[in-house]
Structure formats: C-alpha cells, structure tokens
Design a protein around this ligand. Structure first.
Ligand SMILES: Nc1ncnc2c1ncn2[C@@H]1O[C@H](COP(=O)(O)OP(=O)(O)OP(=O)(O)O)[C@@H](O)[C@H]1O
Length: 322
C-alpha cells in the first residue's frame, strides 16, 4: 500500500502538490491522471524520498522510503527514461543496480527476459531506442521483485506494440497481487489499463474513484435541449415525471435517451424547441472538463471562490453543468 496524507510540495510561490490524501491499493492498477504540470511526477518523487514534502506525509507499507531496508525489494519505479550511464551495457547497468541493493545477480537475466531485452543485453545503452530505454527502466523497477510498482508516463514515445506490451505487463503485475501505480495525461490510455483512478489538477485531488464508476457516471447518455420557453418546458417535463437540469449556458439536460418522448411532449404542448439533441459524453471529454475546471479555478484568483467540495461531488455532479 502507498498512503498519502495531506501531501504538499511548494517550490517558492508555486504549490506543485496541494494537500493530497489517497491510498494506492494492491491487486489493481491505479491510474494517476492529470494534465501536464498537474504534480504527478512531484508526487511520485516524494513517494520515493527524492523530494521532501513541505507538509503532509507519504508512507509505503506504513514506513517512509528511507526507513525501508533494501528499498528496491519493496518498491520499484520508472521515473525518467534513460537515467543511466550510456557507456554501460543493459546487463551491466542492471548488475550494478542489483549488487548495490543486495539483489542476487541471477535476477538480472530474469528481468532482461521479462522485458524482452535478452538479445541486446550486452549492447551499450547509448544506442538504445526510446522503447528499449523504457524497457530497461522497467527491468530496473522489476529487479528487486517488489510488491509495489510505480511508473511515471511509461507509454510516452512508445510505438503501438510497446504500448500494448506495457499495458499487459501492468495488468499481469496487478493480477499477481502487486500494487501498480501508473501516471498518464491520457484518459484514453487509462481507460484501457486502470481499475482505479486518482485524478489531480493543479496539484489538487479532483477524483479518487473506480474506473467502472467513472465510466458509469461519465459515459451516460443525455439529451440537450434549447428552447425560448424554458419555464414552460420545465413544467411540461415535470408533469411527465422527467427531470431536467438547467445548465450554465442556458440549455436543459435530461439524463437518458428520451429525445423522442421530449419532442412529442413539446409538440403536444406547443413548446418551441431550437435544439433537441441526444449526447454521449466521452471519457476524454469528462477528463478534460474535470481538469479544465481546476485550471480555471486557479487562473482567476479575483473571481469569488466556491466553497471547498468533497472530491466526488466536484467531478461527478458538476462537470456537465458549469
Ligand atoms: N524543482 C522544481 N522547481 C520549481 N517548480 C517545479 C519543480 N518541479 C516541478 N515544478 C513545478 O511543479 C508543477 C508540477 O510539476 P510535475 O512535473 O510534478 O507535474 P506533472 O503532472 O508530472 O507534469 P508532466 O505530465 O508535464 O510531467 C509544475 O508547475 C512544475 O513546473
């Protein structure tokens, strides 16, 4: 388990990570989602003790990273691609890592095999492609056979075959009961990989929810209606037992695929409609909307600030209505 409590990091005036509290559980892939600059890498660096929190705490199986004996056997991480000496071979790079962390050297061949680099194990890493570099980084994360794995944007720059491989690897690691924490700025990628989602924007927690719950809430069908007789239509819909929500831009929204029924009701009561359109929210749109709100919230500091809301409400209820 990785547990964050009120985790905060400031760089001068900049609040990179703002009071994050959540847990990353074993046996599932937890996606850590946020736009560029949201604070994902800073959070991961604090998990590994590479950055010191300004406030709050982060623990791995109840301990701080620097309290772990042989930390690579607890938690393996891919933070930056190509964080190694280019003049060394892949084998020697992993061997050094193994020897300095009390890991048997026999493990080096095993992880090279797992990531598919056996054939190039003796080649200098400076000639490696981006995809080979990512695989080597992942081999390093797997070296200590840790129960917890953390990957920062592992699919960046990979070809479709590499992306497919990493996706399956993460799923199989979680299926073995390990904790898998993976960051991305792409909802579409997370939708295919993660069982659980933690979404941040501007360093703040925006959502902490299961992927099925996120999909159920955000891929709902709804009907958008524009009418110059809004109050009249609201009354007609209300009488028919249909709940409509007024949005900020003057339209009405009704959950579900009831456009025919609404059209017929409007005709029967002679209500003019300017638009009656079935909509299907995509997960990518839901994510963009969710994080765009957080950017806006921070950009207009003169605007009246809304009262703090529990994270579930901020993203679940309001995203289509503002
Ligand atoms: N050492 C630092 N000094 C000052 N500001 C920093 C430092 N490291 C990160 N930041 C700032 O903190 C914010 C969060 O950065 P971070 O790299 O954690 O975001 P991210 O979500 O990982 O983004 P990306 O997807 O682009 O990697 C950014 O505004 C960044 O500019």
């Amino acid at each position: 388990m990785i547990e964050l409590e009120g985790l905060t990091k400031r760089y001068g005036e900049k609040v990179a990570v703002n009071n994050l509290t959540f847990s990353v559980r074993p046996g599932i892939v937890t996606g850590f989602l946020g736009p560029n600059g949201a604070g994902k890498s800073t959070t991961m660096r604090m998990v590994l003790g590479l950055d010191r929190p300004t406030a709050g705490d982060v623990r791995i199986d109840g301990k701080h990273y620097d309290q772990l004996k042989d930390p690579l056997t607890y938690i393996g991480a891919l933070l930056e691609a190509k964080a190694w000496h280019g003049g060394r071979s892949a084998y020697n790079h992993l061997l050094c890592l193994a020897q300095s962390n009390g890991i048997p050297s026999s493990r080096v061949r095993e992880v090279l095999d797992t990531v598919g680099l056996t054939a190039v194990a003796k080649k200098k890493t400076k000639g490696f492609s981006m995809g080979m570099g990512q695989r080597l980084g992942i081999a390093g994360a797997l070296l200590g056979d840790p129960r917890i794995l953390m990957f920062d944007e592992p699919v960046n720059g990979l070809d479709p075959e590499g992306i497919h491989w990493i996706r399956n690897l993460m799923k199989s690691l979680a299926a073995q009961g390990r904790t898998v924490f993976v960051s991305s700025h792409l909802m579409s990628e997370m939708a295919l990989t993660a069982d659980h989602l933690v979404v941040i924007g501007q360093g703040r927690l925006l959502a902490d929810t299961s992927m099925p719950d996120f999909i159920a809430r955000n891929s709902r069908a709804y009907v958008r209606i524009r009418t110059p007789q809004r109050e009249r239509l609201l009354d007609v819909l209300h009488e028919a037992g249909i709940t409509a929500v007024q949005t900020g831009n003057g339209t009405l929204e009704v959950d579900g695929g009831k456009s025919e029924q609404i059209g017929e009701l409007a005709a029967r009561h002679q209500v003019v409609l300017h638009e009656l359109s079935p909509q299907q929210a995509s997960l990518e749109e839901a994510f963009m909307q969710l994080t765009a709100e957080s950017v806006e919230y921070h950009a207009h500091t003169d605007a009246p600030q809304p009262p703090p809301q529990p994270p579930q409400r901020q993203w679940g209820e309001d995203w289509r209505r503002s």
